[in-house]
Design a binder for this molecule. Structure first.
Ligand code: NAD
Length: 247
């Protein structure tokens, strides 16, 4: 049984989709949450929902691509709770279009949010975990961090980068009791995937399980990675993919 009572968890991208579902899953196990996102309405709404479940939860408007925002958000975690036990660095965006159609600005935006954002979060999370004697970090990559895909080259590159960064951090901080893993979802029913009826059928057919994932299914894997049930797991890029990568 997973026990996270009174653990303090920081979640980026917590206003929507996988981040929101994972915050809910953490709360169900008794953890307290700090949610960080650029979507203020969604974040406040999620925090309110978590508080109604009986947990302590706050939202802080944070652009993960800006170091000052990330530093302030993590400082708030410490001011409010005095510690940081777990972090789910999950905020992400996608740019769709051919490699030659991607502008420098669009490329930089994807890299800055998806890859630099995770580096910035770890940079500011790790010192508190070291001070406490340990912690756990999960970074959101993607099945597209493990294989190529057409028409989303900046996204694919950023997600491969996240897996490399995760492995490097796992090696660097494993000896000091910080575990760092990546989660690699395939198609999941969130706003990022822009699912309409036809598109969902197309994605479902591409998965051996015959459907896309629900955000809660990714959330359960993240919570498991953060729990003591995964105490010997670090440096892993864990696919939660309905068999997508086995084809
Ligand atoms: N949905 C999928 O099919 C899928 C598959 C694989 C990986 N992922 C990854 O899962 C993660 C979560 O995506 P999702 O599917 O829940 O999508 P989503 O759009 O529902 O959630 C993404 C969240 O990130 C936030 N965000 C965007 N830019 C930000 C920034 N600069 N700073 C802080 N927050 C920011 C958004 O406001 C949003 O709340 C992403 O990293 C995504 O790449 C999603």
């Amino acid at each position: 049984m997973i026990m996270l009572r009174d653990k303090v968890v920081f979640v980026t991208g917590g206003s929507s989709g996988i981040g929101k579902a994972t915050a809910l899953e953490f709360a169900k196990h008794g953890a307290h949450l700090v949610l960080a996102d650029i979507d203020i309405a969604g974040g406040e709404d999620t925090a309110e929902h978590l508080r109604k479940l009986g947990t302590e939860a706050i939202f802080v408007r944070t652009d993960v691509s800006q170091e000052s925002d990330v530093a302030e958000a993590i400082a708030l975690v410490i001011t409010k709770f005095g510690r940081l036990d777990m972090a789910f660095n999950n905020a992400g965006i996608i740019h769709r279009g051919g490699l030659e159609d991607c502008s420098e600005k669009e490329w930089d935006m994807v890299m800055n949010v998806n890859l630099k954002g995770i580096w910035l979060c770890m940079k500011h999370e790790v010192p508190h975990m070291l001070r406490q004697g340990g912690g756990v970090i999960v970074n959101t990559a993607s099945t597209y961090g493990l294989i190529g895909a057409i028409g989303v080259s900046s996204y694919v590159a950023s997600k491969h980068g996240i897996i490399g960064l995760t492995k490097a951090a796992a090696l660097e901080y494993g000896p000091r009791n910080i575990r760092v893993n990546a989660i690699c979802p395939s198609a999941t029913r969130t706003p990022l995937l822009l699912l309409d009826g036809d598109k969902e059928v197309m994605w479902a057919e591409r998965h051996p399980l015959g459907r896309v994932a629900m955000p809660g299914e990714i959330a359960q894997a993240v919570v498991w990675l953060c729990s003591d049930a995964a105490s010997f797991v670090t440096g892993l890029a864990l696919p939660v993919d309905g068999g997508f990568l086995s084809q």
